[in-house]
Design a protein. Structure first.
Length: 328
């Protein structure tokens, strides 16, 4: 059987088309939290937040938030927070090992539950989450900017509730709408508190802008930020006009995740070179094997979302299966 090292040697190596911005000039935050900047218009309106660097190797978010800060974007209504999350991991980014700095101790996007935040853990990521928490607790609408291991079309993760889908449609970023319930391994920021509560007016989106290091992920991130701020009335379109429409046009599809596929062993292998958004016509089609176990599609026209073996280990979600849901 192929070793993990041999498997990883077969995975695509993507060129790094993005320049990592120096964000150290934004270290001193506006309210005592490093790399967190909140601006108040003095006019009634929601508190809107755009967050970058939940993962330290996702450069497009850093570029987008750096650009918003450098341009002096300020809210016309309500409050606007612009933040960089896992700066420690970002500062350790190495162009020669670009996947190594997703996090330092643990995934910052798996700690957003009370049992973790209030528990005894003391990882670097948990300490940072606890620093961010007082600000996030006051946020009404959040956009969390991410990118993906493999080259694929952008995805807007709305969460499982109708309010998230409605916000995704309102923003209208060039990304497929992925209706999902989160991760069994831990709660994401997108699902924290009221964001993940169907009865709460709070709402959040997570956008996967493309492959980590491709130029288009920057364009998708900037376009999504601009659309998000305009859709919520935080700024007028003229304030962000240079970024509106930057992302390539996309025939948007709305997909509900029905089954996350979690590897049981390091022997997991896909049956084909899947990159994401493939539609498998027939139920019962073998799409992967996991040692002696065959993984098959549970229904016709099953969409494969975010397939990747880049971080293969038992317990890791290696692909999500989704069902098309109407028109986006």
């Amino acid at each position: 059987m192929m070793t993990l090292e041999a498997l990883r040697a077969t995975l695509p190596v993507y060129p790094i088309e993005l320049h990592k911005p120096d964000i150290r000039r934004w270290k001193t935050g506006t309210h005592g939290i490093d790399y967190v900047h909140t601006f108040d218009s003095g006019v009634p309106g929601p508190h809107v937040m755009i967050n970058a660097l939940t993962h330290g190797n996702e450069l497009c978010g850093a570029i987008a938030v750096d650009a918003l800060l450098a341009a002096g974007v300020r809210p016309a209504r309500g409050r606007l927070t612009l933040s960089f999350a896992n700066v420690e991991a970002y500062e350790r980014f190495d162009i020669n090992d670009p996947d190594a700095t997703r996090f330092i101790d643990e995934d910052l996007n798996r700690v957003w539950s009370a049992d973790k935040l209030d528990g005894p853990g003391n990882s670097l990521e948990l300490r940072r989450a606890r620093e961010l928490r007082p600000v996030i607790d006051t946020v009404d609408y959040l956009l969390d900017i991410h990118s993906m291991h493999e080259k694929a079309e952008p995805l807007m993760l709305t969460g499982p509730h109708a309010k998230g889908v409605a916000l995704g449609r309102l923003v209208g970023a060039a990304s497929h709408l992925m209706i999902d319930a989160g991760h069994a391994a831990g709660r994401r920021l997108r699902d924290y508190g009221g964001f993940g509560d169907a009865a709460s007016p709070k709402n959040a989106l997570l956008i996967e802008c493309g492959q980590h290091f491709e130029r288009v992920s920057r364009d998708v991130a900037l376009d999504a930020c601009a659309r998000f701020l305009v859709a919520l009335g935080t700024v007028d379109a003229s304030a962000v006009s240079e970024w509106l429409g930057m992302a390539p046009a996309l025939e948007v599809r709305c997909i509900r995740v029905t089954d996350p596929v979690v590897a049981k062993s390091t022997a997991f292998r896909f049956a084909d070179d899947y990159r994401g958004m493939e539609t498998i016509a027939r139920a019962g089609t073998v799409i992967a094997t996991d040692a002696a176990l065959q993984i098959v599609t549970p229904y016709d026209n099953c969409v494969l979302l975010q397939p990747s073996l880049r971080h293969l280990a038992p317990g890791v979600t290696v692909v999500r299966l989704g069902r098309l849901e109407g028109s986006a």
